[in-house]
Ligand binder design. Structure first.
Ligand code: SF4
Length: 218
């Protein structure tokens, strides 16, 4: 069978990048949820710093964060921006998980994909990207989270419609790849976006998939 355009891109990216630390099994779903809430509207670097701060100050469990002083959480998150709102969200979501879900996300993650996604989306601070990150990385559910890199790069590579919204991009990518490749393509598009296909001034000359890209500036 001839390889599709999308498969060729995946194959080339697999040869270019190592997935390493991204592919760890048994990710803690609550920590992943908190890290993804912190990552909203900020850079990867600032997310890492803020997550380190909060991890030094508190045990990252729903019980601890539900009862933590809001001002102390805010202090940890200052570097990531929107810290007041994020601290409030983290306390609220922790409280709900304690009171309604027995203190962890296991019950939600053992539901069917559709049910689990719907339930996560009802939690404060959880939008489609956060829900999809938790579902993919912590429960191996068949979804592709669309962050800013995945959105930009997949559109430039014609893997998604140019004006597509979150769901259009997610569905387009999911239709092009096998569910077993969802995690890899999600991570590989992020790595491509960080290193070569930058928002401004993409490095098309050095880009490993420039032969598949109509936007190339070479
Ligand atoms: S060739 Fe340029 S625009 Fe196309 S994917 Fe590579 S870096 Fe992005």
């Amino acid at each position: 069978m001839t390889e599709s355009w999308a498969e060729k891109i995946l194959k080339t990216l697999r040869k270019t990048f190592t997935l390493g630390k991204w592919i760890t099994s048994n990710r803690n779903s609550f920590k992943t949820l908190i890290a993804t809430i912190i990552s909203q509207n900020t850079t990867d670097k600032n997310t890492t710093k803020a997550f380190k701060n909060i991890s030094k100050q508190f045990r990252i469990t729903p019980e601890t964060l539900a009862n933590a002083e809001k001002s102390k959480i805010e202090e940890c998150l200052k570097v990531a921006g929107l810290y007041r709102r994020k601290a409030k969200t983290i306390k609220r979501v922790s409280k709900i998980i304690v009171e309604e879900f027995n203190g962890d996300l296991t019950r939600i993650l053992s539901m069917s994909f559709e049910e689990a996604r719907k339930t996560l989306l009802q939690l404060p601070g959880v939008g489609p990207k956060t829900a999809d990150v938790v579902l993919l990385f912590c429960a191996e559910k068949p979804t592709i989270p669309i962050d800013t890199h995945v959105n930009r790069v997949s559109k430039r590579l014609d893997l998604a419609p140019k004006n597509g919204d979150y769901e259009a991009v997610r569905k387009s990518l999911q239709a092009l790849y096998d569910p077993e490749d969802y995690l890899d393509i999600h991570v590989l598009l992020i790595l491509l976006g960080r290193k070569y296909c930058k928002a401004r001034n993409p490095l098309c000359k050095q880009c490993p998939v420039n032969m598949y890209c109509r936007l190339t500036t070479i």
